[in-house]
Structures are given as structure tokens and as C-alpha cells.
Design a protein around this ligand. Sequence first.
Ligand code: IPE
Ligand code: IPE
Ligand code: MG
Length: 238
Amino acid sequence: MNSNQNLPVHVGVIMDGNGRWAKKRSLPRTAGHREGAKVVEKLAQTCLNAGVRYLTLFCFSSQNWDRPKEEVDTLFSMLNEYLHKESKPFRNKGINFSFLGRIDLLPDETQQMIETLKKENLPKEQEKMHLILALSYGGREEIADAAKRLARQIQKGEITPDQIDEKIFSSALYLPDIPDPDLIIRTSGEKRISNFLLWQSAYAEFVFLDTLWPDCSEKDFYAALDEFAARHRRFGKV
Ligand code: IPE
Ligand code: IPE
Ligand code: MG
């Protein structure tokens, strides 16, 4: 079990392997996504039990729009259904929601759901965990959007180019109040970041699990937390 002092405050998860899970069973890829959705609750509960404060899930990348339309449509209808059914149980556990990415590109129904969920967030003092869903998210896109925002501020005379430093740049990102991830987990054996939290992951620890996302269990998540706890972070110091 994880000792509290080496617990990550913020965990990011690249939930990968749904398609391969389905393929192994000769099922359509969407069956893998459906099975994968069930694992989200297990992960959230594990993080909640362990005392993780922020959990970011990579649900849909900017590049995932290039998948077949049928898969994309099914993913969003599943997401709508999931949020509709599962947001209350999450809320009852003290979980608040934020959303990361180009939300304006999402289907109308999803955007409406997101607005409602954000309004229903509990006051900070009642929040046990913050769940951040990355949707239509790309790290490069986020950095480009931040640059655009800062350029506009310069144009309006609100800041000067010389004032731009890491702190100001961070404040122009999508969710400036969320701390950087301490631990990023990727499942399915792939060892790449695939455009997830590029700016924020500068000093994150990475744990790569071979398990396909739909097969992941509490045991896998605790193993990742334990691996994190055993790491020695130096942040460039000695
Ligand atoms: C992750 O599983 C879910 C999304 C990207 C939406 P994949 O769909 O990428 O599964 P694989 O990588 O093809 O197995
Ligand atoms: C990353 O997985 C995106 C999500 C998990 C939502 P992908 O399956 O899209 O990434 P690549 O294509 O293997 O790099
Ligand atoms: Mg994949």
C-alpha cells in the first residue's frame, strides 16, 4: 500500500488499449470503449481511497477526431450516457468536475452536460477529489491557444512581451488553477505521451502498465502508486 507522504497530489491517466481489448475478442472497437468506461469508476475509487486530490483522464484527444465517424459518434454518445448516469454517484462521494480541451468542438449535448456539471460543483471545502476529463484535448493545441491568449493581452496593452515567463504562460493554459501532474500512468504497453499535458508534465513521473485499459484493476492502480512512492524526484537539484 502507498504511504501518504509519497502520494501524488495529481495523477494523469492515458487510458489506452480499448480497441486491442475488443480485437482480441473479435468484438467491435466500441465494445472495448464500453468495457473501458467501467474501469473509470474503479480508478476514481482507488484514487479517492488513497487520498489523491486531482485525477485527469485522457478521454479523447484532438487527434482522435480523425478516427472513423461511427467510432467518434459512439464515443460521445457513450460519454453523454456515462455522465448522465454516473455524475451523481461521483458527486455523492465528494468528487467535483473540470474539463480540459477544446470544449467548443464537442457535440452540443456534451457541452450542455459539461455546463451543468460545472455549475453543480461542490464548494471547495466539501471537495474530496477533483476529476478532470480531457476531451478534444491536445497539449500542443493548448500551448498554441495559450500563446494566442497572451498575444491578445499584449495587443490590448495588458502585458508586455518581456513580462512573459513560465508563471504567466501557465496562467494562460486551459486550467491554470490545477497543479501539475506528479504521476502519469499509461496503460496498454505503449510508451509515449501522445500529446497529453505536454507543458504540465515537465517533472511528472511516468508509469507504463502493460495491461489494456479494460483489464485494469485496483491492483494495477495501487502498483502504479507504489512505483511512484519508490521514485526519487530531484527537480534538477542534487
Ligand atoms: C483508448 O483506447 C481510448 C481512446 C483513445 C478514445 P484506444 O481506442 O486507443 O485503443 P487501442 O489503442 O486502439 O487499443
Ligand atoms: C491517446 O491514445 C489518447 C487517449 C487515450 C484518449 P491514442 O490511442 O489516441 O494514442 P496513439 O495513437 O497510440 O499515440
Ligand atoms: Mg490507443
